[in-house]
Ligand binder design. Structure first.
Ligand code: HEM
Length: 566
């Protein structure tokens, strides 16, 4: 056998050949691009609203519009009847179907629920948080959800929530706002209210689910690594949505860039949560006999202890520390930033709509008179909170315009056709834009852009109860959850909706009655393209007090244990 010997081309000739090849390919690409643009101009098809570039698909337009992502998506959806097929670059798997059409949403999240799990793509993207509820499917999701529901839908948890909330208001939020208001008399003090709310909610969720107070919110605004780790993990998820999988996988492999920071954040959060679980296990072993099913009714409801016991009961034998960790982190993810961002948008909308603020204050004045005839500042009973109908409408209106979770991702199992006629292939990624859903004229009318709590209040409202958990009362107008989707709809809808209203109403009523919030004049308030509806530049405000110092001191003293008051 003779090996074929190919004479090497002279180096110069090779270079010229390569240059010619590159020139011809660029020419072909240019011709193809021009033809595509012409075709797109001629054809008035739905996809003509975003140029679909050879090789790069629609990604360039998406990147160009990234700073105003939610508005961009809304514009596209409006131009395309509520549903749009986004084509990513051909070398990635960034294709997805975007929809804000309520009928499609109903189909995806309720009627054909079993065909639309979260899917493996999201599981990989959200992995830094662990196997949390939000990226779990099938039996794993069912078990976690069952456990979470059995723990939060109890009288014991409701009591824990109210006492912890009152305690944290008195212990940190009121002192911080008071401090800012007092200093505002002398200096010009500007506070980032979004940061305040995030810190407050982190402390609150840690107290509720881990039984520990990291004290993120105090007048010194300390740096708290585990709270910062949470932020990094949220940012990592956005990052992973935007770059091809192989890029972040490679970065993770080498511990560099975003992924390097993500690994550190994961270690920090896990260390914090796992240490609490370990301590609780030791505590449990110490008092094994005293933990029983009746503890629901005692005044010292312990979420973490209950979770460990419940997990042991369900799994039959020994609890899995990883499983307990996943449930705790799920609960923290669910309850922390969802409320913090909703409150930030609420305070901004109310501060910039003084008419609405007046009506809320009037309602709060009417709602509660204590047995001694004095008006309370921190409301505590469900009856009181249920009477805040107009406030309820204002919260709904906030969540319609600025839903805390702007997108709901799904991935199809089998081929399907949406009610709008769009074809969904197997394994296709589907993205419900909750943000756009609140801005559709056909659903909300011509004044969809107005912040109008009245939209939610039934005409026959006479000033008493609002609909309670079983939706029997009618003072708040009911909008089906596939239209008002801030809490999502179907089997995966929010399990903490009632808790969320309780928290928001308690915090808002206390803050609004005690303080006047003025947004700094030239402060830009715009959403950040993220998995949560954060404000890109925070919410810069000035605070002034509405109540005399003596009232504040009385409120704080009446709630805090005697030895903790200076
Ligand atoms: C303004 C506040 C809140 C909003 C806007 C909100 C919104 C949502 C949304 C959109 C989902 C669906 C997410 C998904 O499918 O991935 C969800 C799920 C969930 N939420 Fe909320 N949420 C809020 C507060 C809370 C609170 C305070 C809790 C409880 C502590 C909670 C517990 C849950 C749970 C357990 C789920 C998972 C449901 C499942 O996967 O089956 N949420 N929430």
């Amino acid at each position: 056998m003779h090996a074929t010997i190919i004479a090497p081309l002279p180096q110069k000739l090779t270079m010229s050949f390569l240059l010619l090849l590159a020139f011809l390919s660029s020419l072909l690409l240019l011709l193809y691009t021009i033809m595509t643009i012409r075709k797109m101009k001629k054809k008035k098809s739905p996809s003509s609203t975003i140029p679909n570039w050879p090789l790069f698909g629609m990604l360039p337009s998406l990147l160009w519009n990234l700073p105003r992502l939610h508005e961009f998506v809304t514009d596209i959806l409006k131009l395309n009847g509520g549903t749009f097929v986004f084509k990513g670059p051909s070398f990635t798997n960034l294709n997805f179907i975007l929809t804000s059409d309520p009928i499609n949403v109903h189909h995806i999240v309720t009627n054909n629920f079993s065909n639309y799990p979260k899917g493996p793509e999201l599981k990989a993207i959200m992995a830094p948080f662990g196997d949390v509820l939000f990226n779990s499917d099938g039996d794993s999701w069912k078990t976690k959800k069952e456990i979470v529901l059995s723990l939060i839908k109890t009288a014991g948890f409701e009591r824990l929530l109210m006492t912890t909330l009152r305690y944290k208001l008195a212990d940190s939020l009121i002192p911080v706002l008071d401090h800012a208001a007092a200093r505002n008399h002398h200096d010009d003090v500007v506070l980032d209210l979004q940061d305040v709310m995030k810190r407050f909610m982190f402390d609150l969720t840690c107290l509720l689910f881990l039984g520990i107070d990291p004290e993120c919110l105090s007048t010194s605004f300390p740096r708290v690594p585990c709270a910062e780790a949470f932020d990094v993990l949220e940012e990592a998820i956005v990052y992973r949505h935007c770059v091809p999988k192989w890029v972040w996988k490679l970065q993770r492999w080498f511990h560099v860039g975003w992924e390097g920071r993500t690994i550190e954040a994961e270690e920090c959060l896990n260390g914090f949560v796992e240490e609490r679980i370990r301590v609780k296990m030791v505590e449990k072993q110490g008092k094994e006999s005293s933990v029983n099913d009746d503890d629901d009714d005692d005044d010292n409801y312990d979420f973490l202890m209950k979770l460990i016991v419940e997990t042991e009961r369900l799994t039959g034998t020994c609890y899995s520390s990883k499983f307990v960790r996943d449930i705790v982190v799920s609960s923290m993810v669910a309850g922390r930033d969802t409320i913090a961002v909703a409150l930030s948008w609420f305070f901004w909308l109310v501060a910039t709509n003084p008419g609405v603020e007046d009506k809320i204050l009037e309602e709060l004045d009417r709602v509660v008179i204590t047995q001694t005839g004095e008006k309370e500042v921190i409301f505590s009973s469900t009856e009181e909170l249920n009477k805040m109908v107009y406030l309820h409408g204002a919260i709904n209106e906030t969540l319609r315009l600025y839903p805390s979770v702007p997108y709901e991702p799904k991935q199809s199992l089998k081929d399907d056709v949406l009610p709008s006629g769009h074809i969904v292939g197997r394994n296709a990624r589907v993205l419900v834009s909750i943000y756009s859903m609140g801005r559709m004229e056909d659903v909300w009318g011509k004044d969809w852009m107005e912040f109008r709590p009245e939209r939610w209040v039934a005409a026959r409202f006479e000033g008493n109860d609002i609909c309670n958990n079983d939706n029997k009362k009618i003072n708040i107008i009911h909008v089906p959850s596939y239209k008002f989707a801030a809490f999502m709809a179907g089997p995966r809808s929010c399990s903490g909706r009632k808790i969320a209203y309780t928290q928001m109403k308690t915090i808002i009523s206390c803050v609004l009655r005690m303080y006047k919030i003025d947004v700094v004049g030239d402060h830009p308030v715009v959403p950040l393209p993220s998995i949560m509806m954060f404000m890109r530049h925070g919410l810069k405000v000035r605070i002034s007090s509405r109540t005399p110092v003596s009232t504040t001191t009385n409120v704080v003293n009446s709630i805090l244990p005697v030895d903790s008051v200076e």
